[in-house]
Write a protein that binds this ligand. Sequence first.
Ligand SMILES: [Zn+2]
Length: 296
Amino acid sequence: MNFQKINWPNEKSFAFTIIDETDYGTTENLTSIYKLLLERKIKITKTVWLYHTRDHFTGDSLEDKSYRDFILHLNKNGVEIALHNVGSGFFSYQEKKNAMNLFKKYIGYFPKILVNHSNMDNIYWGHKRFIFPFNFFYKVFQRRQFYGDDAKSEHFWGDIVKEHIDYIPNFSFKNNFTSFFDDRMPYIINRKTKYSNYWFSTTLVKTIEDFEYFTSKEFVDLLEKKNAFVILHVCFGKLNIKEMEMLKKQIKHLSERNGWFVTVSELLDFLRQQQTQRILKYKDELILTLRWLFNR
Ligand SMILES: [Zn+2]
């Protein structure tokens, strides 16, 4: 694969960051991993919910004062706070509008990143994630539909997303660094411009073994050699924190390497400045989709 050569700031040899989905996350089960990352100055992006969940998902929201204090503490120490929809379940348009202002009030800025959850109000999700002909096949085999970008739907909030959110992830790849699969990100996708801005990809972390590999010496050597970047897509609320404690030494070693450890927005803003071509062409999206399919 033909990688574009990136000159990382401050002569760094690679870029490393994480985006954490908020599902199942509580102050109790997240404190130790964030303490560890902050001690090692590995600044990442954490998504939040503004409201308590209204379905079978669990996890704290900013409605809870002690959790809010925990999030404010992370924010003050350089963790970027982002959205995972405004909560789990159904929320009205007005609630979503209020959620943005509440976010600004608590955190001090509007969220720049939205990670789609499994809500009906997801933006360009389900078959709408894909280019023709994949969107067509996906619709046949996967019935579930999403309406966040459908102005006629009660789930609609696309105009709010367009106004505030800069970046949304679409593809999540396995087993390798993110720029191995997608070195053009972030980009605009023409058919999605009405209710979204830029799109990007991530590297999926499902198990503690994945996390162990993506923080290992072997993997960091590879990042360095390839001048690569990685955005790990994790759900720390689901991982076994006790097992993660065992990775303390490994995370310390990672932090001592010559990496650029920044939040996801900082990395994406930087990548955006490097490119001249910001619109993903049909052919490139097709290649990206095929890579994703073969990576399943
Ligand atoms: Zn989720």
